[in-house]
Design a binder for this molecule. Structure first.
Ligand code: COA
Length: 186
């Protein structure tokens, strides 16, 4: 099904929090949707690492007619203790929307739900990396208030560079390095 930007979605999409009982039904679809646009495919262990520990920070958009997967966001939230003041750092690890559904606000809704879930668990900040050439993703995140904190040269295996983006949810103490992502997540 191809939708144009002005077209309505097929009814209200359902936004559902992932849970372990949904693994058999949705993990294959999540992997397929995410790996489609990845320069480096992730193994099943990477998906399970996130989904088993932070199911409450993963949201799916489902087609209301057949409950097929339309979009997904996968995140984690950990205490980052490398500084004198530990911070609670959310991380958006994966985000994808099936191409026929893009441009209708699905990713915006998924990111907002993830921000809300991390904010309600007292995240101080949310970070992520995205390819500098990924204009739709950069526009989406910057529209939601994320700021570019660092350029990561040749970050991906394909040689492309990335930007690290950060959304500050609370003021962080001055002795906190503003770009301290020294331990790599994911
Ligand atoms: C990046 C990606 C997730 C964006 O998904 P999306 O669902 O198309 O994103 P949105 O619809 O929320 O936002 C895209 C545009 O639609 C517009 N839009 C938002 N709500 C809308 C609505 N209700 N109706 C029509 N358009 C809408 C947005 O304003 C936005 O426009 P702009 O940013 O060009 O100004 C998607 O392109 C994708 O899956 N790409 C491949 C994977 C990827 O790159 N992931 C990100 C890795 S960090």
């Amino acid at each position: 099904m191809e939708l144009d930007k002005g077209d309505d979605l097929p009814g209200e999409l359902k936004y559902v929090q992932y849970e372990h009982s949904l693994e058999a039904r949705y993990l294959p679809a999540i992997r397929a949707l995410i790996s489609k646009d990845l320069s480096e495919p992730y193994s099943i262990y990477v998906y399970r690492y996130f989904l088993c520990q932070w199911a409450h920070l993963c949201f799916m958009a489902l087609n209301p007619v057949d409950c097929s997967l339309v979009g997904v966001i996968v995140c984690k939230l950990e205490v980052h203790a490398a500084h004198s003041t530990p911070t609670r750092r959310g991380y958006i690890a994966m985000l994808a929307v099936a191409s026929p559904y893009r441009g209708h606000g699905v990713a915006t809704e998924l990111v907002k739900k993830a921000i809300e879930a991390m904010a309600s668990r007292k995240a101080d900040e949310i970070v992520l990396e995205t390819e500098e050439t990924n204009v739709p993703a950069m526009r989406l995140y910057e529209r939601l208030g994320f700021l570019r904190s660092k350029k990561l040269h040749r970050y991906y295996l394909n040689g492309n560079s990335a930007y690290r983006l950060v959304l500050l949810l609370r003021s962080i103490s001055p002795d906190h390095n503003p770009d301290p992502y020294d331990e790599q997540v994911s």
